[in-house]
Ligand binder design. Structure first.
Ligand SMILES: CC(C)(COP(=O)(O)OP(=O)(O)OC[C@H]1O[C@@H](n2cnc3c(N)ncnc32)[C@H](O)[C@@H]1OP(=O)(O)O)[C@@H](O)C(=O)NCCC(=O)NCCS
Length: 319
């Protein structure tokens, strides 16, 4: 049975940077509070007219370049996003056209909020293992600034825009060793967008969150997914070389690192510069650590995420 191996990675952040000092001008907050409670110092935000698919395209091009793969060779495109360009067509179809891929390969979006990239890797892994695809582009891309309520100080400080991408190819050895995916829709009222297509509502739609409750759930749930992943794969904590967590809050990341007994020097942290970019955060962090030479071929990487739904999951990957 073929395995999904990472052939290349890429990332892209929009040019505009919003610092904590910028936020001090629009809501009642301070740089010190934001840094202490979240670890965030700045985040990138799209310009007027800049779309999720634009960010996805740039990240995808970088990933294809680093993989040495032509876009026409792709036989599956998956985009994880909660902020698609349109209701339809999917952002993956729009990206397919922007990449100039005209080979008829399937393209679709995955919507699992901040766990989106982990879910998308799970889907891509299944396609490769079952022989339905050999060369897959997986992108996490978001323009969360479009659904941010800039009057809600406990919420607007968190979110950033960006995209990260990975090209996976069929190989004889892993690659992706395991994915563990979960959801529990009973918690939807703790983190949601207050409008949508079917649920009609006048005016703009924004993210709403019970921050404290989400924080506690995230720490406990990620604790459990670490145990589940290690046990299911017969691994000890010491076997993990790198933790590439979803970048939601530095305190959540530190709690998972502690659970794994990992020093923060083995944890990829980008939240200080990127904020929470939802489905884009893990591929952006992974790409950052590959490009700066921290994550080396052959090392064992644990990715984990938690997000609206609730959804959560992990990916165990031999790079
Ligand atoms: C949002 C979050 C940073 C808030 O931090 P917190 O420590 O839980 O803060 P609380 O909500 O308990 O608020 C504490 C106080 O700070 C205030 N506060 C909230 N936002 C503030 C801000 N930006 N600046 C200054 N004060 C703020 C609150 O009003 C509250 O004041 P009060 O005690 O006078 O009522 C934190 O709950 C969090 O990160 N939650 C998880 C979010 C997340 O990861 N979501 C995505 C999952 S993928």
């Amino acid at each position: 049975m073929p395995h999904a191996r990472v052939l290349g990675t890429g990332g892209h952040l929009p040019a505009r940077i919003t610092t904590n000092a910028d936020l001090e001008k629009i809501v009642d907050t301070t740089d010190a509070w934001i840094v202490e409670r979240t670890g965030i110092r700045q985040r990138h935000h799209v310009a007027e007219g800049e779309l999720t698919s634009d960010l996805a395209l740039k990240a995808a091009e970088r990933a294809l370049e680093s993989a040495g793969i032509e876009a026409a060779e792709l036989d599956l495109i998956i985009v994880a996003t909660t902020t698609p360009d349109r209701v339809f067509p999917s952002t993956a179809c729009i990206l397919q056209a922007k990449l100039g891929v005209a080979n008829g390969c399937p393209a679709f979006d995955v919507q699992a909020v901040c766990s989106g990239f982990v879910y998308a890797l799970g889907v891509a892994d299944s396609f490769i293992r079952t022989g339905q695809a050999r060369t897959v582009l997986v992108v996490g891309a978001e323009t969360l600034s479009r659904i941010t309520d800039w009057t809600d100080r406990s919420n607007c400080i968190l979110w950033g825009d960006g995209a990260g991408a990975m090209v996976l190819g069929a190989a004889d050895a892993p690659g992706i060793m395991a994915t563990h995916l979960h959801a529990d829709g009973r918690y939807q009222d703790l983190l949601y967008v207050d409008g949508g297509v079917s649920l009609r509502k006048e005016g703009a739609c924004y993210m709403r969150m019970s921050g404290n409750a989400v924080f506690k759930m995230a720490v406990n749930t990620l604790d459990a997914i670490v145990d589940e992943t290690l046990a299911a794969n017969g691994l000890a904590k010491e076997d993990i070389d790198w933790l590439v967590p979803h970048q939601a809050n530095i305190r959540i990341i530190q709690a998972t690192a502690k659970k794994l007994g990992l020093g923060m020097d083995r944890v990829v942290v980008t939240i200080d510069r990127h904020g929470n970019t939802s489905a884009a955060s893990i591929p952006l962090a992974f790409d950052t650590a590959v490009r700066d030479g921290r994550i080396q071929r052959g090392e064992l990487v644990l990715m984990e995420a938690f997000g609206g739904g609730f959804t959560w999951g992990s990916v165990l990957l031999r790079y």
